[in-house]
Write a protein that binds this ligand. Structure first.
Ligand code: ZN
Length: 84
């Protein structure tokens, strides 16, 4: 199943890139605060970041990888991340 994962590849292409995720962990597009909703390049960073489902950290770069999982397990992983 092709899904978004965290990567350090391409970090630095933008001056405000950051990566605090674990390489290869599953990511999703997380919640965005009011500050970044108005300006994704604002000081917070959540408006331009993916959220790590394991680390609960963020990264501005992600890549699609073919991961050995299926829809049911992916939903379970997202649910477990949100519960944590
Ligand atoms: Zn924010």
């Amino acid at each position: 199943m092709k899904i978004f994962t965290a990567t350090a590849a391409a970090q630095g292409r933008r001056h405000n890139d950051f990566n605090y995720c674990i390489e290869g962990e599953l990511v999703w597009i997380g919640l965005v605060c009011a500050t970044d909703r108005r300006n994704p390049d604002g000081g917070c960073g959540c408006g331009r970041a993916f959220a790590g489902m394991s680390s609960h950290r963020a990264t501005t770069t992600a890549m699609i990888r073919d991961v050995a999982t299926d829809r049911r397990r992916y939903i379970g992983a997202l649910r477990a991340s949100l519960e944590a």
